[in-house]
Design a binder for this molecule. Structure first.
Ligand SMILES: Cc1cc2nc3c(=O)[nH]c(=O)nc-3n(C[C@H](O)[C@H](O)[C@H](O)COP(=O)(O)OP(=O)(O)OC[C@H]3O[C@@H](n4cnc5c(N)ncnc54)[C@H](O)[C@@H]3O)c2cc1C
Length: 445
C-alpha cells in the first residue's frame, strides 16, 4: 500500500490566497464542546484587564506557541493600562529556542534560522547559504482554514495581504494510491473530484464511509451517527456560520453532549464496520473475494489505508468515534503553509509585535527549567511561586532559584505540566513540597 503525491503535476495557475481571505473563512468557527464561543472573535478585543492600575509581575513558563501568544495578549493588556507596567518573566528550558537569542543579541528582527518555538521547528538538508537547501518542518507545518485563531495571529504576525500556498496534502495535488494490485489516481480541484477510474472501489468506500459518518449537505439526513437527528456535516456548517442563533448554538452544545455520552465507547473501527456491513451490497465486487465476510474485511482494510483521501486511518482505528467526529466537525480539509521559510518566524514576529514601542511591557527571559509552581499567601496577598534550575552554557545549575509573581501562566504540554504542578497541588491550602529526599518546604496560607 502506498500514497504518493505528485506535486510537479499540480497546476501553476492555482489562485494564491491571502491570510486575510483564509482568516475570513474560519473566523466565526465554534467548537461543539464550547459552541457559544467563537475564539477568533473573542480575541478581537483584549482578553481582560487587571484589577488595579499597579505594576504586575507575571511568569510565563514555556516559549512555544501558547507561551508566545499569552505574551502577546499580555502586551495588549499592558498597552490599555492607564498606569503601571506588566513585567513578564519568560522561562524556557530549550537551548535552541529562538527566545534565547532575542534576549541576548538583539530584541527585534532576529534571524531565527535553525531555532525552535517548542514543537514548531524545522530541519534543513544543507546550510542556508547553499542555493538548493531544503527546509523540512518537523513539527507544526500545515494550518487548516477552519483554525481561525491561528489565522487571527498569523494576520498580526505577517499582515492580511501576505499570500500563502495550499498545503500539498494527498488529493489536493495529483495523487497515486496503490492497494494490492489496484492503482488509483485522483485529484480534488475547485470542489470537484477527478478519478482516473470513476467506479474505483477506493472512491466508492470513501464516499460510503463519509456519508455514513458525516452525512451530506442535502436532505434527508442519512448519517448512521447523527447529532440530534441531523447529519454532522450540517452541524459543522452551523458552527461555522456567523448567523447561527445563540438558542441554536446552546441546543447544539447539548446535542453534542448527548452524542458524547452515547458513543464514547464506540471505536472508529466498529463504526466503520457497521457502515460497511449495512452497505456491503452497494460495494463493487472484488475479483477473488467471494464470501461476504471477506468482502467486508477487504473494504474495512481499504478504507483503513485510504481514509478520506488525505491519508489512512488504520493506525487510529482504536480511537473513540467521538474523536473522529470532532475531526469531521472541525473540517480540516483545506490546509495552508505559512508565508515563511521556517514556521518559527511566526512566533518571532508575534514576540516583536508584543514588545515594540510598548513602554508598559517589560520582558525578561530566564533560560531555566521550571521544576515546581505553587501558590503562597492568602486573600489579596496570594502569590504564584516558581522554582527553577537555571541553565548556563547548556547545563543546569545545581541549586534551585525561587521567583514570586502575581500570576503564573503554564504554557507547557500536559505531560510536562503534571510533573511541575502535581507535587505542589492546585489548591491554595497548606502543603508540603518535596524536592527529592533532601529538601522539604512547608507553605502556609
Ligand atoms: C510532529 C508534530 C506535527 C505537528 N503538526 C501540526 C500541524 O501541522 N499543524 C498544527 O496546527 N499543529 C501541529 N502540531 C501541534 C503543534 O505543534 C502544537 O500544538 C503546538 O506547537 C504546541 O505549542 P505549546 O506552546 O502548547 O507547547 P510546546 O510547543 O511544547 O511548547 C512548550 C515550551 O515549553 C518549554 N518547556 C517545557 N517544560 C518546561 C519547563 N519545565 N521549564 C521551562 N520550559 C519548559 C519547552 O521547551 C517548549 O519550548 C504538531 C505537533 C507535532 C509534535
Amino acid at each position: 500500500m502506498s500514497i504518493t503525491v505528485i506535486t510537479r503535476m499540480s497546476d501553476s495557475d492555482e489562485k494564491p490566497y491571502t491570510i486575510g481571505e483564509i482568516f475570513s473563512i474560519g473566523k466565526n468557527y465554534r467548537h461543539p464542546d464550547s459552541a457559544l464561543v467563537s475564539y477568533p472573535n473573542a480575541a478581537k478585543n483584549t482578553l481582560g484587564s487587571f484589577p488595579k492600575n499597579k505594576d504586575y509581575k507575571i511568569a510565563i513558563i514555556g516559549a512555544g506557541a501558547s507561551g508566545i501568544t499569552s505574551l502577546y495578549e499580555l502586551s495588549r493588556i499592558a498597552r490599555n493600562q492607564n498606569s503601571g507596567k506588566i513585567n513578564v518573566t519568560l522561562y524556557e528550558s530549550d537551548y535552541n529556542n529562538f527566545i534565547k537569542l532575542k534576549n541576548s543579541i538583539s530584541p527585534f528582527s532576529l534571524d531565527v534560522y535553525g531555532k525552535r518555538a517548542g514543537r514548531v521547528f524545522a530541519a534543513r538538508s544543507r546550510e542556508r547559504e547553499e542555493k538548493d537547501h531544503s527546509v523540512y518542518e518537523i513539527g507544526a507545518m500545515r494550518f487548516p482554514e477552519i483554525a481561525g485563531l491561528t489565522w487571527h495571529y498569523a494576520s498580526i504576525a505577517f499582515g492580511d495581504d501576505k499570500s500563502v500556498e495550499i498545503f500539498p496534502n494527498p488529493g489536493k495535488v495529483p495523487t497515486e494510491f496503490v492497494f494490492g494490485d489496484r492503482v488509483d489516481r485522483y485529484v480534488y480541484k475547485n470542489g470537484t473530484e477527478y478519478w482516473l477510474d470513476s467506479n474505483s472501489p477506493t472512491k466508492v468506500i470513501k464516499d460510503i464511509i463519509k456519508e455514513g459518518l458525516a452525512g451530506t449537505e442535502k436532505e434527508p439526513n442519512i448519517s448512521l451517527y447523527p447529532i440530534g437527528c441531523k447529519d454532522p456535516i450540517k452541524i459543522s456548517n452551523e458552527l461555522k456560520n456567523k448567523d447561527t442563533t445563540k438558542v441554536r448554538l446552546k441546543e447544539i452544545q447539548q446535542q453534542w453532549k448527548n452524542f458524547v455520552n452515547a458513543y464514547d465507547s464506540i471505536t472508529l473501527e466498529s463504526a466503520v464496520r457497521r457502515i460497511v456491513k449495512e452497505k456491503v451490497k452497494c460495494l463493487p465486487q472484488i475479483v477473488g473475494v467471494e464470501k461476504e465476510e471477506d468482502k467486508i474485511n477487504y473494504y474495512i482494510e481499504l478504507f483503513g489505508c485510504f481514509g478520506f483521501g488525505t491519508g489512512g486511518f488504520k493506525s487510529i482505528f482504536n480511537i473513540s468515534l467521538i474523536e473522529m467526529m470532532r475531526l469531521i466537525l472541525w473540517d480540516y480539509s483545506n490546509e495552508y503553509l505559512l508565508p515563511v521559510e521556517e514556521n518559527v518566524q511566526f512566533f518571532s514576529n508575534l514576540y516583536d509585535k508584543a514588545c515594540k514601542d510598548n513602554s508598559k511591557f517589560v520582558v525578561n527571559v530566564e533560560y531555566a527549567r521550571v521544576c515546581d509552581v505553587c501558590h503562597s499567601g492568602s486573600g489579596d496577598g496570594v502569590k504564584a511561586i516558581v522554582f527553577d534550575y537555571k541553565i548556563k552554557d547548556g547545563k543546569e545549575e545545581n541549586c534551585i532559584t525561587r521567583g514570586e509573581y502575581d500570576f503564573a501562566i503554564l504554557a507547557i504540554p500536559p505531560k510536562q505540566l503534571s510533573a511541575v504542578v502535581s507535587r505542589a497541588g492546585f489548591n491554595n491550602t497548606e502543603r508540603n513540597i518535596k524536592f527529592g529526599i533532601m529538601l522539604v518546604i512547608t507553605i502556609k496560607q
